[in-house]
Design a protein. Structure first.
Length: 281
């Protein structure tokens, strides 16, 4: 079960430098959740590597499994670290959060994941979900999705794609077919979702090793999703109702309140590239 800000937050010994949360905080769009097993996401973070706990009982469906801690070695900068290897049946959740966006409040999410490991199962998500562990209808969650599902929407090619899971639908744009949503070809993928108040959202993606972000969609939400009903839980590797048939590899991610500017998005991408994501070791 996700246990708030400290879970999956890595501490790497070395020279302190600004992390994504420092960039967001300075911009007035505070980082309200941050998760990573490969690097510190705030320059003053001094706690332990990570902690995993079993999910709480009472759910209609449970994400029973926990990721094997040493399954995904990765080189980042000059350090060896471990990502989170998620199989079907594995997932993390925190229904008791503080400060996460609810209702139609604006939020932004980014994650760095393995762009080569995915499937069609529902749903390899990271972000804001129901606190009930149930499917509470359109707009009750807002999370990043990565995978090759075509049940609700799709992009160009055969996938995988970066989409928004808004509950009862994965959306790469406002239509079912998204011509500007490319098949991901990055080994290390940066995915970004900007869920604004007032009926619009945006998706961006890029290479965690080099280059800049590309905006694949920026426009109105689909019908039934104009006014969001976010509940404020945090999930990783599962759907909002604990659907746990997806696979994927997770390295880092942040959830922030507000709508960061494009300039801040670009600074986050630059920070990720400077971290030095390398090959698996």
């Amino acid at each position: 079960m996700l246990t708030g800000l400290p879970l999956f937050t890595a501490v790497l010994i070395g020279v302190a430098r600004a992390g994504p949360c420092d960039i967001y905080d300075k911009a007035g769009t505070p980082c309200v959740a941050a998760h990573s097993t490969v690097r510190a996401l705030r320059d003053d973070y001094i706690h332990g590597l990570y902690q995993v706990k079993p999910p709480a009982g009472g759910a209609k469906k449970k994400a029973e499994g926990l990721a094997v801690a040493n399954r995904l070695p990765v080189k980042i900068g000059e350090h060896k670290a471990y990502g989170v290897w998620i199989e079907d049946g594995i997932g993390y959740r925190n229904n008791n959060t503080t400060g996460i966006a609810t209702g139609d409040d604006a939020q932004a999410i980014y994650m760095v994941v393995d762009g080569t490991r995915y499937n069609t199962g529902c749903c390899f998500d990271y972000g804001n979900a129901e606190t009930t562990n149930n499917d509470d209808g359109p707009g009750t969650m807002e999370a990043l999705y990565f995978g090759s599902s075509t049940q609700w929407g799709r992009g160009e090619g055969t996938g995988p794609w970066v989409m928004a899971d808004l509950e009862d639908g994965l959306f790469g744009c406002v239509q079912k077919q998204c011509p500007n949503l490319p098949t991901v070809k990055y080994r290390y993928l940066v995915a970004m979702l900007k869920g604004r108040s007032g009926g619009t959202f945006a998706l961006k993606q890029g290479d965690a090793q080099s280059g800049t972000l590309t905006t694949t969609y920026d426009g109105p939400r689909p019908p039934k999703y104009t006014v969001m009903k976010k509940q404020g839980a945090i999930i990783l590797g599962i759907g909002g109702d604990n659907s746990n048939w997806a696979i994927g590899n997770f390295f880092e991610g942040c959830i922030v309140n507000g709508d960061p500017t494009d300039a801040i998005d670009n600074k986050i991408q630059t920070n990720i590239v400077s971290a030095g994501y390398g090959q698996q070791v």
